[in-house]
Design a protein around this ligand. Structure first.
Ligand SMILES: [Zn+2]
Ligand SMILES: [Zn+2]
Ligand SMILES: [Zn+2]
Length: 183
């Protein structure tokens, strides 16, 4: 089962208009957007809705999310432990090593190839990638990932993430809740 996951782009500082004030009717002005930007926006790999798995058979490789383990989550601005690239690195959910992305020196990828540690969390956008599944994982839908995702979010933004409620998750998978009608 797959779920769409929003991967925000860290490079585009897009401002969202709230439009809360209906009193001051603003004239809609045509914004001159170069076509290349539009294409990037819709189809770029850096931002957008991507498919994220809501399950992964490799999760048992992660250490249990004890308080000790969660205290070892590195700071989001940690350097790559091999080349010291300063930012937007990945952190291995198995051994807590911080390594750079495939856009820098591919040290996270090498780490997976050497050690088999396949689960990594991006300090750039807090997405979780499984190298073995070759897919993003939905850190909000997968209960095993929630504690470490929550800690990383807290470290990066100073607040807990706005999790989707479980009711919403249940509604999307079955309408009747299942438990009431069968007795
Ligand atoms: Zn590196
Ligand atoms: Zn590792
Ligand atoms: Zn996996």
């Amino acid at each position: 089962m797959c779920r769409l996951l929003w991967i925000p782009s860290s490079s585009q500082g897009k401002e969202r208009e709230d439009g809360a004030d209906d009193n001051s009717h603003k004239e809609e002005k045509e914004v001159d957007v170069p076509e290349g930007d539009v294409d990037l926006d819709l189809y770029g790999a850096a931002a957008g809705w991507v498919e994220a798995r809501t399950s992964c058979p490799h999760l048992p490789a992660m250490p249990a999310a004890s308080a000790d383990e969660l205290a070892r989550v590195p700071a989001p601005d940690s350097q790559c432990s091999r080349c010291h690239h300063p930012s937007e690195n990945w952190f291995c959910l198995i051994c807590k090593d911080v390594l750079c992305s495939r856009f820098i020196n591919k040290h996270m990828l090498h780490h997976y190839q050497e050690s088999g540690h396949c689960l990594a969390l991006s300090f750039s956008d807090l997405s979780v990638w499984c190298f073995a599944c070759d897919s993003y994982l939905d850190a909000q839908a997968i209960l095993e990932l929630r504690p470490v995702y929550e800690v990383a979010h807290l470290l990066k933004f100073g607040e807990r993430p706005p999790f989707r409620s479980l009711e919403v998750l249940n509604l999307s998978s079955g309408q009747n809740g299942g438990s009431s009608s069968s007795f």
